[in-house]
Design a protein around this ligand. Structure first.
Ligand SMILES: Nc1ncnc2c1ncn2[C@@H]1O[C@H](COP(=O)(O)OP(=O)(O)OP(=O)(O)O)[C@@H](O)[C@H]1O
Ligand SMILES: [Mg+2]
Length: 338
């Protein structure tokens, strides 16, 4: 530091203590930043050009930074698949409510299907929001994921519905599922029930996304036991990180005791508002806490998402060129690139 003070400026003190007021902004001081830029000249005695050039040589323009504060990454289009399966199972999980689990399940699923992947969505929440979001009325269903779990005579094909997006299928749910939480307790290998019932179709799909309910109860444990990876959506607001430690602890326990292959696929920042300092600060905190596990793709807050729920379709078909649709397409590529 003292080097700066004495060294390159040449005559910093020459104006002396005498007349600081005289210039207001001391005239010759204005070019000082330029001196910072290349402190080469007067002080550097022996080798002014030599070693200085080698390391600094072709000063490329600084890489543009994305919203997560890391250099922007462009993810390639994934390879075209000749055949399908076996599925990679991802649980969309956060016991905090309203963070974008269901929205992300629908739209990531639809975006993956657009990229030629065969996708199965599992509504694993008795609220049935995933089903509603895909235009299904949960109250009119005879059979749901509940029957699949509890009745040995019911198979995936008996409950599965086609959505209007090609290659995007749905196992729907409704309030019946809330009983499963209690009824499963008495079952043998109760934590593996979902995995067991999905097993017969895993060869037909490339990706299975499980939309978890906002709790860490037995249903969520089933989802985590079936999954290869967990996607954790985090709403970019003040309490975003609250409860995440407990979730990670639960994931670790399940990995230890039930499902060694389980890993955190990524943390997905949702409902991000780049215009507010608060949004940017929260996202910075999330990146500080989780580093590279945070997806580069960030989902912005936009009213288009609530609209899609009413429309009963993914944003990729409801508003195909919206920023929200583009973001989930980016996320799909990022997930496939991981
Ligand atoms: N990026 C977004 N911008 C604006 N609104 C959003 C966004 N993502 C989701 N929403 C809205 O926020 C609400 C909660 O989202 P969503 O249902 O996906 O969360 P969730 O985590 O599944 O909730 P729950 O814990 O109740 O299952 C919904 O009304 C949804 O439309
Ligand atoms: Mg939900």
């Amino acid at each position: 530091m003292s080097t700066f003070a004495t060294d390159p400026f040449g005559e910093p003190a020459s104006t002396g203590p005498g007349d600081p007021a005289a210039g207001g902004q001391p005239g010759p001081a204005t070019p000082v930043p330029a001196v910072f830029a290349e402190p080469a000249g007067p002080a550097g005695p022996a080798e002014p050009a030599g070693p200085a050039e080698t390391p600094v040589a072709p000063q490329a323009a600084p890489e543009p930074l994305g919203p997560t504060g890391r250099p922007v990454r462009v993810f390639p289009d994934p390879p075209v698949l000749e055949s399908h399966g076996p599925a990679r199972i991802l649980a969309m999980c956060n016991q905090k409510g309203g963070v974008g689990k269901t929205t992300s399940t629908i739209n990531l699923g639809a975006a993956l299907a657009e990229l030629g992947r065969r996708v199965l969505l599992v509504d694993f929440d008795p609220q049935g929001a995933l089903s509603v979001g895909l235009g299904v009325n949960p109250l009119q269903l005879d059979r749901t994921v509940y029957n699949l779990l509890m009745d040995r005579n019911v198979g995936v094909e008996d409950v599965m519905l086609k959505t209007h997006v090609p290659d995007l299928d749905l196992i729907p749910s409704n309030i019946d599922l809330s009983a499963a939480e209690v009824q499963l307790v008495g079952e043998v290998a109760r934590e593996q029930t979902l995995l067991r019932v999905l097993q017969p179709v895993l060869g037909d799909y490339d990706v299975v996304l499980i939309d978890c309910q906002p709790s860490l109860g037995l249903l969520t444990v089933n989802a985590l036991t079936a999954a290869h990876g967990v996607v954790i959506p985090l709403e970019c607001e003040f309490f975003a990180l609250r409860g995440v430690a407990l979730l990670i602890e639960t994931i670790d326990k399940i990995q230890e005791r039930l499902n060694p292959q389980l890993e955190v696929e990524g943390i997905l920042a949702t409902m991000y508002d780049a215009r507010t300092l608060h949004g940017r600060e929260v996202l910075a905190r999330v990146v500080e806490a989780f580093g590279d596990r945070v997806f580069h793709t960030v989902i912005s807050r936009t009213v288009r998402f609530p609209e899609t729920t009413v429309a009963g379709e993914p944003i990729t078909t409801y508003a195909p060129s919206s920023t929200g649709a583009k973001a989930y397409r980016e996320l799909a590529k990022e997930v496939l690139a991981r």
